[in-house]
Design a protein around this ligand. Structure first.
Ligand code: COA
Length: 433
């Protein structure tokens, strides 16, 4: 298809592009490091021309001004995963939250639960055939574009061109805004002694030849530090960050033993520094797919020896895991946690790990509690949970009675809280610890 003419004809200024958004529209915006920041700024600047535009997103790393107080006449934010800029909107009633497993988000758009009027996305420059790559964020962004009535795209010449099922043809973009700005970076997390200890425990559960999923934050990154002596690891993960690059370069991640997509890293979005973004650019080692593929438990289970490592807010003595709220306050979402916990449970020799520091709020609060806080969300159920790891050790809950789970969890709680937990244990289970 002749695409160069289409490209030229569809280029507009950001101010014009956002005039195609109309009051009452549902606008799905790209997220995380792929957030189309120029388009979002233009949309916010045009706010007086909108009433009740619904903004749908997950991880907001940008300003999220449309969710701020004073914008409620113009925009209503609907998060599927709350982030710092959207938490207050949800809590105060200015915004909404829609619970959804990450792998099912594309279905919301394609099956009529959440029809998409406009997709605001950011993509790479076109290749010689007119295909732009979704770059660092494919996940729900590509499906949103495929299901939208109107696609408005920032074509950013700094967006890496990632491989896999990661492309959109220029002819499928209605309005193009050319931009050139660095991709949002997430600096490497600070890894302290507690995280290192947790990383060491998790790494002890990872066998050579395993395929890994790693969540966001200091703990997954710390786990990578302790994998340097392993052999032939693989990656099938919703997200990766810089630590993975180091292990590829060290020859630890080879993907050779993967039973699905051998030889390649399979991932749905990326959050890290320029080092990661340069690494994935035009690199067939890394394949990006939409999240309804990467996070589908039926797909995940095809990886032999799959290990998932994620974090949580609280775990109760039955092994119910809250990963997304503090009491009623929604601080994040289910994301891909349950997708992986379930996929892994069906994988041959797969294990799922929830890894956490034993305390929060500078040691004042135990993350292992007798019962979850009032209003807390059960993200991973006690029936799905497998391993819980803290800096004090490993609790393997699968197959254990409620009593034995509670014992195992108390044994890895912070020593300052063990006595109180043992008292609760005696009240709950009517027996000695
Ligand atoms: N009680 C009260 N507050 C708590 C708490 C507890 N038990 N546990 C954590 N917090 C607070 C922290 O103090 C922090 O507060 P702050 O933002 O004011 O500093 C906040 O909750 C976040 O905790 P932190 O430990 O810094 O979070 P994190 O960045 O390691 O993320 C989760 C942890 C659980 C929020 C995050 O992993 C998540 O959202 N998981 C669900 C989705 C998922 O697992 N997806 C799959 C992988 S991509």
């Amino acid at each position: 298809m002749e695409w160069k003419g289409i490209y030229k004809r569809r280029i507009v200024k950001p101010e014009e592009a956002v005039t195609y958004i109309k009051s009452g529209d549902r606008v799905v915006v790209g997220h995380a490091a792929g957030e189309p920041t120029v388009l979002i700024d233009a949309m916010v600047a045009n706010k007086e021309n909108y009433r009740n535009v619904e903004i749908v997103n997950l991880v907001v790393l940008g300003k999220g001004e449309y969710a701020k107080s004073g914008m409620e006449k113009n925009f209503r934010n609907n998060s599927i995963f709350a982030s710092t800029p959207t938490r207050d909107a949800i809590e105060s009633g200015r915004g909404d939250f829609t619970p959804c497993f990450f792998h099912q988000v594309p279905k919301l758009f394609s099956k009529g639960y959440m029809p998409v009027d406009v997709a605001l996305v950011q993509v790479s420059s076109p290749n010689e055939h007119g295909y732009c790559s979704f770059g660092v964020s494919n996940d729900y962004t590509k499906p949103a574009a495929e299901n939208a009535k109107i696609v408005i795209a920032e074509i950013n010449d700094k967006m890496p061109r990632t491989m896999g099922d990661s492309f959109i043809h220029l002819s499928d973009i209605d309005y193009i805004v050319e931009t050139s700005h660095p991709i949002i970076e997430l600096p490497p997390p600070k890894i302290g002694e507690v995280e290192k200890k947790i990383g060491e425990h998790c790494a002890s559960l990872v066998e050579d030849g395993s395929t890994l999923q790693l969540g966001i934050g200091a703990i997954p990154e710390a786990v990578l530090l302790f994998l340097k002596d392993k052999r032939n690891l693989g990656i099938h993960s919703e997200m990766i960050s810089d630590g993975v690059v180091e292990l590829v370069e060290a020859g630890v991640i080879t993907n050779k033993m993967k039973t699905l997509h051998p030889g390649t890293i399979v991932v749905s979005f990326l959050m890290g520094t320029k080092r990661l973004y340069d690494f994935v650019n035009n690199n067939p080692l890394v394949e990006m797919y939409p999240v309804d593929y990467v996070n589908d438990p039926i797909v995940i289970m095809k990886n032999y020896k799959m290990v998932s490592i994620n974090a949580c807010v609280q775990v109760d003595l039955m092994g119910q895991v809250c990963s997304e709220s503090i009491g009623r306050r929604q601080i994040s979402g289910v994301g891909g946690q349950v997708d992986f916990v379930r996929g892994v449970s069906m994988s041959e020799d797969g294990i799922s790990i929830i890894a956490i520091p034993s305390t929060a709020s500078k040691g004042k609060i135990s993350k292992i509690v007798p019962v979850l806080g009032a209003g807390a969300v059960v993200t991973t159920s006690r029936t799905d949970v497998d391993y819980i790891v803290t800096e004090y050790g490993i609790a393997h809950l699968k197959g254990k009675t409620l009593r034995d789970r509670a014992r195992a969890l108390i044994n890895i709680a912070h020593p300052d809280f063990r006595e109180g937990l043992i008292e609760e244990f005696k009240n709950i289970f009517k027996c000695e610890f």
